[in-house]
Ligand binder design. Structure first.
Ligand SMILES: C[S@@+](CC[C@H](N)C(=O)[O-])C[C@H]1O[C@@H](n2cnc3c(N)ncnc32)[C@H](O)[C@@H]1O
Length: 472
């Protein structure tokens, strides 16, 4: 139940940001507001008055509050279908159209920490052979100051590259000493980052250079907004585009909306919009949810990590794992049975490594034989079952994978990577209930960890990054 005070606050947030605070997030927002109220030594109503005003103090306060309200989840080359539309249709069309003028204007609206505009800059770098001859403006805006700061810095952990080819990663990013990767200067200098609020700001505007855009990309922003605010923002986008300019939003973010000057274009990889000239009639239909589902890529998957990305070490102490068993009786038996002598332990490690190496080379039959052999030598290795399940996921043997991943969880109820993969499989199965259960358990485990702690088997993602991913 939302109390009166919270309701007022939620209304103010909606008016100023377009964000639709869900019931489940209210406690988190209240906690953040309490902290701010204490820091400013204000009453609740004093704080609400501050947020409602347009003073410089109010703007400064919004900068502090907004990071608590938004989800900045993003990663490079997000959504293979939409990336393909950009690479094969929209950007080549624009380049062809502008081959004489040689000027392009692109806006990533709601760019979060910069993965999306940098992806655009990289794709364009691949598509335009003589950059020097072109003027390409890539503007990227977001209302979260901390995200804009991070975007300008261009430093990312492996987790942001979960959908990126190694070759692209190596060519466009520089590895830093702390294991992070930084966007190379050439790409970083091609994007201009600015603070901007899609709801409050007026555009098109010459003063902020937000006008005459050939492409606006605004993905995964409106899902957090109330439907009513979305229409007004898209009308402003429509005025900001040049005739025939493109608009790309996240899947189903605009379903049911009709815009006079934006025609919907259905493509096998998804839907995008194109601005009509004044005298053109819009005969396109507003897409409904079903249209989106029809054109959508297969359900967005949690990333599947290839065996060769995974940690190749095996646990040294099998007994340490054994002690994690929940059932006392079973534990006793296990301990009895697994007084593995050093030789067996060594043999297990060798066979397990061999299995992984075969899997990495794509020799699945040999990998399977070695996994089976490794199981005989040590039937209680969590990582064995995890890697085995993984191999089966790669081969799309989902039922077998489920069995092995469940075994890993049975051996270690706090083994996050296995929950992660199981959630993935249930999503592929369209079993929303089980997928959600797996995600909830993963979230619970992650929230109990130090937020900076990393999970090696999930591309060294930080607990906080995984939480953001699962909650987005
Ligand atoms: C989930 S991220 C999406 C990032 C990126 N577009 C992508 O798809 O990977 C959503 C971003 O929208 C931003 N956002 C939400 N409402 C906004 C508004 N009214 N004005 C500007 N940015 C907004 C948030 O700050 C957040 O960084």
């Amino acid at each position: 139940m939302v109390n009166h005070q919270s309701k007022q606050l939620i209304d103010i947030i909606l008016i100023k940001t377009g964000l639709n605070i869900k019931e489940i997030d209210i406690a988190k927002v209240e906690k953040a507001v309490d902290l701010r109220i204490k820091a400013l030594k204000l009453s609740s109503s004093g704080y609400e008055n501050l947020l409602s005003s347009s003073s410089i103090e109010a703007q400064a306060e919004w900068k502090k509050l907004i990071p608590y309200l938004t989800t900045g989840e993003s990663f490079f080359f997000r959504d293979k279908g939409q990336i393909s539309i950009l690479e094969k249709k929209i950007l080549p069309d624009l380049i062809e159209k502008k081959r004489i003028q040689k000027e392009l204007r692109i806006w990533s609206a709601g760019c979060s920490t910069g993965e999306e505009p940098y992806t655009l800059a990289i794709i364009l770098d691949e598509l335009i052979p003589h950059w020097g001859d072109w003027k390409v403006h890539i503007l990227a805006t977001d209302m979260t100051q901390t995200s804009i700061n991070k975007a300008k810095e261009g430093l990312y952990s492996d987790w942001s590259f979960r959908d990126v080819d190694t070759d692209i990663k190596n060519r466009y990013f520089e590895k830093k000493r702390n294991g992070n990767w930084q966007t190379i200067d050439r790409i970083r200098n091609r994007v201009t980052f600015k603070l901007g609020n899609l709801i409050l700001d007026n555009f098109p505007t010459l003063t902020s250079n937000i006008h005459s855009m050939d492409l606006i990309i605004c993905r995964n922003v409106f899902i957090y907004h109330k439907r009513e605010s979305v229409f007004d923002v898209v009308q402003k986008f429509s005025k900001t585009l040049v005739d025939s300019g493109y608009l790309l939003v996240g899947h189903s973010e605009l379903y049911g909306h009709h815009f006079d000057r934006l025609k919907t274009v259905s493509h096998k990889e998804g839907i995008f919009y194109q601005k009509l000239a004044h005298n053109e009639k819009n005969n396109s239909k507003a897409p409904n949810k079903i249209d989106w589902l029809d054109t959508r890529q297969p359900k967005a998957k949690l990333p599947i990590f290839k065996a060769n990305n995974l940690d190749k070490r095996t646990p040294k102490k099998t007994r340490a794992e054994i002690t994690k068993f929940k059932k006392e009786e079973f534990k006793k038996t296990v301990i009895e049975k697994t007084k593995l002598d050093k030789k067996t332990d060594q043999n297990f490690e060798e066979v397990f490594l061999k299995a992984q190496s075969c899997a990495n080379k794509g020799d699945y039959a040999q990998a399977l034989l070695n996994f089976k052999k490794a199981e005989e030598l040590n039937p209680f290795s969590v990582k064995l079952f995890y890697f085995w399940g993984h191999l089966e996921m790669d081969q799309e043997k989902l039922e077998d994978a489920k069995g092995h991943l469940k075994k890993a969880i049975y051996l270690d109820a706090s083994f996050i990577p296995a929950y992660f993969d199981l959630a993935n499989i249930y999503e592929i199965d369209n079993d929303e209930a089980k997928a959600s259960k797996m995600k909830q358990t993963t979230l619970k485990l992650l929230k109990n960890m130090e937020q900076d702690a990393t999970i090696e088997l999930l591309k060294n993602a930080k607990a906080s990054e995984l939480i953001q991913y699962l909650e987005s």
